[in-house]
Design a protein around this ligand. Structure first.
Ligand code: FES
Length: 134
């Protein structure tokens, strides 16, 4: 049986390269690492970053950890769920637990770029700039 660190690294490489893990690769990965398909799927489902669906053009994750909550992350998350941002086809908005930018919260990551001190106005500007770059 392969070490789960090897499996995790393989899955991370796939996500880094393709942005998601094609479910059709699970049997091949399992076979190559001498694991069951259930073991591979178990690791994929455990980590939020290991998605099996192709992501939209833009992915935003707002930090919901304590330091960011203390400076307004909850309000920012609520703002991101308002009607004006629901149903955006090319933008997915979700949450994440700590981006390592705790002193500059609320923080978010968008397409692998981290932003700090994000208020609702800055969030709106970011969304509008993404919408312009479709
Ligand atoms: S708590 Fe938000 S970046 Fe660490």
């Amino acid at each position: 049986m392969a070490d789960n660190r090897v499996l995790t690294e393989v899955l991370r490489q796939l996500v880094d390269t393709f942005s998601y893990i094609d479910p059709g690769l699970v049997p091949y990965i399992a076979d190559q690492l001498n694991l069951s398909k259930a073991e591979v799927l178990g690791v994929i489902s455990f980590y939020e970053d290991f998605r099996t669906d192709k992501p939209p053009a833009h992915v935003i994750r707002i930090c919901q950890a304590e330091a960011c909550q203390a400076v307004g992350a909850r309000q920012l998350i609520e703002h991101s769920h308002t009607e004006k941002y629901s149903g955006l086809d090319d933008i997915e908005i979700g949450t994440v637990s700590c981006l390592g930018l705790c002193a500059c919260g609320p923080a978010l990551i968008c397409n692998n770029n981290v932003y700090g001190k994000v208020n609702t106005s800055k969030f709106d500007s970011l969304i509008h700039s993404l919408a312009r770059h479709k």
